[in-house]
Design a protein. Structure first.
Length: 279
């Protein structure tokens, strides 16, 4: 018997089977569609989540390099062999890469170190009848440059060096305290507060003698607190030892003061002057 109309599409199935399929197929099709959409959404969400995580990681790395710096006096870090960076240098420069320390360092550098040292430096040179205006100054281990700016506030031509000065730091260059990159007999004043971070103080003092002029001033701050994880020596009880080392190289100690009103309370500030006849 021929079929017509909508019965024609069911001509291959019995009436009972057609009735069941007409009820089940839409439900199965909807369920399959739902599962497909659910899997697609889960996959899309997972891919989006992974992309966001990767973007955050890349952005964080770029930001860290931008803030902390990967340049050495204009030289791109890619041009510096990894083997040329010692473990000691890596460890000493790591403090600025730690976000827990970075914000605190910047805040202290600008709001505490710079104004405190400016006040003290002004008093030191007043006591010694020395005019700092126009004089050349090197700050060894200056990090972000608070001490450099303190000298600049007093009219000096000042620059600093550090293993990790950070990028776009106009006050501090990359440099090593035991291998100063400057010509001989060029600085009127040297300032440093990092003797607890120096492995070879003899070489440091030799370099200071090389780059300073006759009658130059040397200002050293010696931390008297318990050494931290970046320290390589304990400075407590070492004042006279360092003084003897410098005196043997032609430096005269002018003063020794315990500083109680600055950061690192209790540190000892030493002021030396180089003999005009010293070589």
């Amino acid at each position: 018997m021929p079929f017509s109309g909508k019965n024609r599409i069911f001509r291959r199935f019995p009436i009972s089977q057609v009735s069941r399929r007409s009820r089940i197929d839409p439900i199965a099709e909807y369920f399959d569609h739902f599962i497909t959409m659910l899997n697609f959404r889960q996959t899309k969400f997972l891919l989006t989540y992974i992309c966001v995580i990767l973007a955050c990681i890349l952005t964080a790395n770029v930001e860290i390099e931008r803030i902390c710096g990967t340049h050495r006096s204009g030289e791109d870090v890619q041009n510096v062999s990894i083997s040329q960076i010692s473990e000691y240098e890596r460890q000493q420069g790591s403090k600025l890469y730690d976000r827990r320390w970075f914000d605190r360092i910047i805040r202290i550098d600008q709001n505490i170190i710079q104004p405190q040292l400016r006040k003290r430096f002004k008093q030191v040179f007043k006591e010694n009848s020395f005019y700092v205006e126009g004089k050349s100054v090197l700050c060894v281990g200056a990090r972000r440059g608070g001490e450099v700016r303190a000298f600049q506030d007093l009219g000096a031509l000042a620059i600093g060096i550090d293993f990790n000065p950070g990028e776009r730091n106009k006050h501090v260059l990359y440099g090593s305290a035991t291998e100063l990159q400057f010509a001989s007999n060029v600085f009127d004043i040297i300032y440093s507060n990092i003797l607890d971070h120096i492995q070879d103080t003899t070489t440091l003092f030799d370099e200071i003698c090389r780059v300073t002029k006759r009658d130059a001033f040397l200002l050293l701050d010696l931390d008297q607190n318990k050494p931290d994880e970046w320290s390589v020596r304990d400075l407590r009880g070492q004042v006279d030892n360092f003084s003897r080392q410098l005196e043997s190289k032609g430096w005269l100690r002018l003063s020794r003061k315990v500083i109680l009103n600055e950061k690192d309370k209790g540190k000892i500030a030493l002021v030396f002057k180089r003999h005009s006849t010293s070589v």
